[in-house]
Design a protein around this ligand. Structure first.
Ligand code: NDP
Length: 243
């Protein structure tokens, strides 16, 4: 990877599923990629090896998105290695489904910490290293649009918060020429949905679940130069599930 200028992408939660697909796609499009993970070190290493197949560099970083210091350290290490951050993807997220009567406080706190607080802190930490023309992409959910299944209240709340946060941040970042947009996937085939995918399929107008690479293709467009007039948007990609 020499001779040409590569963008640098930092993907929070890039070891599996949608985040891994986005990390790979950005590498395919020519970016060096740093990716964080919570515990799946071996999976992260596999993604890094696949990224390097595209002739760009990869950096894996253990960083719990519930922990502000971990997030800040991941940003520091990314900048130390690549010198800049052009694309931030905040994908790390957790799902716990339970009725309000049985929702544990620990689970509630964990989801708020990772899915909301961690998103804000990741963006805050990365911003000092981002220039005009940089891109921020969050991964929300179509549950911010429609509650598709029982027990989704807290998850929907966190993803609704992301969509609203992105609108506010878009206004704050516009003077710097940095855009931020939120992808709201519907049922996508990953570890997170492995035990619910069969039930969901019948309720999706397109009669199938989505693949991580289909979300990654949208992220690639948002990360690129052609998306420059879009900011603060939440774009739903769910086979029509929330219609
Ligand atoms: P997976 O569970 O398959 O993967 C989650 C990824 O996020 C892993 O790389 C995981 O790391 C990382 N992660 C989780 N918690 C943390 C944390 N505390 N700190 C750092 N990294 C963390 O999920 P999906 O790919 O399905 O989902 C990705 C995003 O898309 C999430 O935000 C999810 O809410 C959202 N989404 C998913 C949908 C779907 O149908 N799959 C639909 C709508 C939204 P590790 O491997 O170390 O655990």
């Amino acid at each position: 990877a020499s001779g040409q200028t590569h963008k640098t992408a930092l993907v929070f939660g890039g070891s599996r599923g949608i985040g891994a697909a986005i990390a790979l796609r950005l590498a395919q499009d020519g970016a060096h990629v740093a990716l964080t993970y919570a515990s799946a070190a071996a999976k992260a290493a596999e993604v890094a090896a696949a990224i390097e197949q595209h002739g760009v560099d990869a950096l894996t970083l253990q960083a719990d998105s519930a922990n502000a210091e971990d997030i800040q350290a991941a940003v520091r290490q990314t900048v130390a290695r690549f010198g800049r951050i052009d694309i931030v993807v905040v994908n790390a997220g957790v799902l716990h489904i339970a009725d309000v009567a049985h929702f544990g406080i620990d689970q509630l706190d964990r989801m708020l910490d990772v899915n909301v607080r961690g998103v804000f802190l990741a963006i805050q930490a990365a911003l000092p290293h981002m220039q005009t023309g940089s891109r921020i992409i969050t991964i929300g959910s179509n549950t911010a649009v429609r509650s598709n299944y029982p027990g989704s209240s807290v998850y929907s709340m966190t993803k609704g918060a992301v969509a609203v946060m992105v609108r506010g941040l878009a206004v704050d970042l516009a003077p710097r020429g940095i855009t931020i947009n939120n992808i709201q996937p519907g049922p996508i085939e990953t570890d997170m949905t492995s035990d619910m995918i069969d039930q969901l399929k019948d309720h999706i107008p397109l009669k199938r679940v989505g693949q991580p690479r289909e979300v990654a293709a949208l992220a690639a467009w948002l990360a690129g130069d052609e998306s420059g007039y879009m900011t603060g948007a939440s774009i739903t990609i769910d086979g029509g599930a929330s219609l």
